[in-house]
Design a protein around this ligand. Structure first.
Ligand code: SF4
Ligand code: MSK
Length: 641
């Protein structure tokens, strides 16, 4: 029998998700390899790589820094190599989000031209964004024409090659104070893609060797991600698919249904998944004819959250549920777009009847079935995929179906607009006042945005969930996105009926007042703000609070955290948070320990540059304690008790 791990880590020590425990036992019994096994087989890790002091940028290398060889062949020091490695990862994140934004912008333009079967679902937001961009006739123009103009402005913003002024999407969303700070530091982006281009240039052999300058380049990349990636994607998706509103649904692998054809949508960009939901509704009869009770579309990762926040589609799990979802034996098709899709899904699916269907020309996996997604024929492609799943139902082996009975009720779909709508029922003239009062009176001590991924190097969901529990107990509001939001949803922290009981007394009081205004007993103490690109909504909320209170974001009692970070995207989002002035916790630690200088810049000197730093910590109780200390320090500086 194959060994589950090489370090004696038990299944229970690998995940806190009971559904995963159940399914990993089956995987172990059946000899199915998952990320939980593979992570162990990668041990021990190369310490040069772990510390960030290996470089394979050019063909004189690879180079590794040791006491005997303190410079690479070109003369680069550990400081340069570590800083360059970080910059390169940040570029990977920003490039992913901006390509996502570009993709949505092109679809919006096609929809405006009548070339793609998509509607403009949030006309008010379209007009608001158009107004913010200074487009003439934003209030009166035909919405399709306006959609085309907004899309063109987005593409122009991404593609601008020269200029001095901030890019449009920065002006739309960033506080003036930040734009000034970034300008003074020489890191204010005038265009989107050019920053990625410049960064790739900066990091190649023989260009930027100054660690401080490279870190500034990294901050610039984080900023461009925040606006050219996250905010642009969010805005355009809201216009096309509608802005989120509170939705009650369910989370956890128990949302899969035994008698139904199960289709999961996984990835990040909801262009196809929205259509899969429609196609599944349309083809219900065909599913029944195939012997199923119907079609059950569920979400995984961020595409899943996009469906949850707009349509209330149940979310089956986060990153480390994507392989185990297949091990339920009840999944007819896993439909993926791009980002965070493990190639390991295919070998897991090979053990079952599940079809993994790739749809993006930039994201193919050997062994998967590729059905190219052409937006112009979106309905046709979606139906083809759903029919494939229906047809696959007959291949399911009922004896191998094991759907864990694990799921939790979840309230999702929060955003600044939703909060303002709730708050305006308490104070119509000045909606943010009740929230600001709760903060100044100390009923809410502060807020932490917990965002990011799962990482099998640490116990699945443990940090994500336990930090939140510690914080809400101490009257700190938590906002979460991405795989963390799904971790919180699965663990009951977003249950609209019970979650508030886990909050401290003062926070509970506030949640009850807000809940009453929203027509329920209490809001959850952990608010689901959506997918990874929806982190832009947190930026908008911080800007609104900073404007209302009259202090820069860097002085607000707020922090960010990515407790189980995996992707380059999480790193670039974290970099954006720091550039905004939000001190950010990150775990497992980034690969910087090989440079004292880079470590010092990020953990200390960044305070003088942007008013925020980075810190690490792998114990949830201790990390939450440090967070609360930092929040209390901010409160003291603001003169708050
Ligand atoms: Fe080595 Fe310099 Fe080439 Fe990196 S860039 S591989 S340190 S020679
Ligand atoms: S899906 S970026 S693992 S949050 Fe957004 Fe999850 Fe991180 Fe991907």
């Amino acid at each position: 029998m194959k060994e589950f791990d090489t370090r004696g880590r038990s299944i229970e020590d690998s995940t806190i998700d009971p559904a995963n425990v159940e399914l990993l036992r089956i995987a172990k019994k059946d000899g199915i390899d998952t990320a939980f096994d593979r992570v162990q087989k990668q041990e021990p890790k190369c310490t040069f790589c772990e510390e960030g002091v290996s470089c394979r940028t050019c063909n004189m290398g690879p180079c590794r820094i040791t006491p005997n060889s303190p410079r690479g062949v070109c003369g680069a020091t550990a400081d340069t190599i570590v800083a360059r490695g970080l910059l390169q990862n940040t570029i990977g994140g920003a490039a992913s989000h901006m390509d996502h934004a570009r993709h949505v912008a092109i679809l919006l333009r096609e929809a405006g031209m009548g070339n793609a079967p998509y509607e403009i679902k949030d006309e008010a937001k379209l007009r608001r964004i158009a107004g913010g961009l200074g487009i003439e006739g934003a209030d009166t123009k035909d919405k399709k024409l306006l959609a085309m103009e907004v899309a063109n402005r987005a593409l122009e913003d991404l593609g601008r090659q020269h200029g001095e002024d901030a890019m449009d999407w920065i002006k739309l969303h960033a506080p003036e104070e930040r734009i000034d700070t970034w300008k003074k530091l020489g890191i204010l982006p005038f265009g989107g893609n050019v920053v990625v281009n410049e960064g790739m240039h900066r990091r190649t052999m023989g260009v930027d060797a100054d660690p401080v300058n490279i870190i500034l380049g990294m901050l610039k990349t984080g900023i461009v991600d925040g606006y050219g990636g996250l905010a642009m994607s969010t805005d355009l998706q809201d216009i096309l698919f509608g802005s989120p509103s509170p939705k009650i649904s369910e989370a956890g692998l128990g949302v899969l249904r035994e008698d139904y054809i199960n289709i999961s949508t996984h990835g990040h960009v909801p262009l196809l998944s929205e259509k899969i939901v429609d196609a599944a509704e349309d083809l219900e009869e065909e599913a029944i004819k195939a012997g199923a009770k119907g079609i059950n579309v569920v979400g995984l990762c961020c595409t899943g959250i996009e469906l949850l926040e707009r349509k209330g589609i149940p979310i089956a799990g986060n990153e480390l549920n994507t392989e185990t979802a297949i091990i339920t034996g009840a999944m007819e098709a896993v439909v993926v777009d791009y980002q965070c899709i493990y190639p390991g899904l295919v070998p897991v699916a090979d053990n079952f009847h599940t079809k993994v269907i790739t749809t993006a020309d930039i994201a193919k996996i050997p062994g998967a079935e590729h059905i190219e997604f052409n937006e112009k024929e979106a309905d046709k492609v979606a139906k083809k995929i759903v029919r494939l799943a229906i047809d696959n139902f007959k291949n399911r082996d009922p004896k191998r179906v094991n759907i864990p009975n694990v799921k939790s009720k979840v309230m999702a779909g929060f955003s600044p607009e939703v909060l303002v709508a709730v708050l305006s029922k308490i104070n119509k003239e000045d909606p943010l006042k009740p929230l600001v009062d709760a903060i100044t009176e100390g009923k809410i001590r502060g807020a932490v945005a917990i965002v990011g991924c799962n990482n099998p190097r640490v116990k699945h969901d443990f940090m994500n969930v336990e930090i939140a529990r510690e914080l809400i107990k101490r009257n700190v509001l938590v906002i979460s996105t991405g795989c963390v939001a799904t971790a919180h949803a699965k663990s009951g922290l977003m249950n609209p009926d019970t979650a508030y009981k886990e909050a401290g007394e003062d926070l509970q009081g506030v949640l009850k007042v807000l809940g009453k205004a929203a027509g329920m007993e209490a809001l959850p103490p952990v608010l689901n703000f959506g997918s990874c690109v929806d982190n832009s909504r947190i930026g908008d909320l911080l800007k609104a609070l900073s404007d209302r209170i009259g202090v820069p974001i860097k002085d607000l009692p707020v922090l960010a955290s990515a407790p189980e970070y995996t992707t380059e995207k999480a790193l670039s989002i974290g970099t954006w948070a720091v550039s905004l002035g939000v001190t950010t916790h990150i775990n497992p630690p980034p690969r910087i320990s090989g440079s004292q200088l880079v470590t010092k810049i990020l953990t200390e000197d960044a305070e003088g540059l942007v008013g925020a730093t980075v810190f690490t910590g792998s114990d949830p109780v201790e990390t939450a304690r440090v967070m609360i200390e930092k929040i209390e320090e901010k409160r003291r500086k603001l003169g708050l008790n």
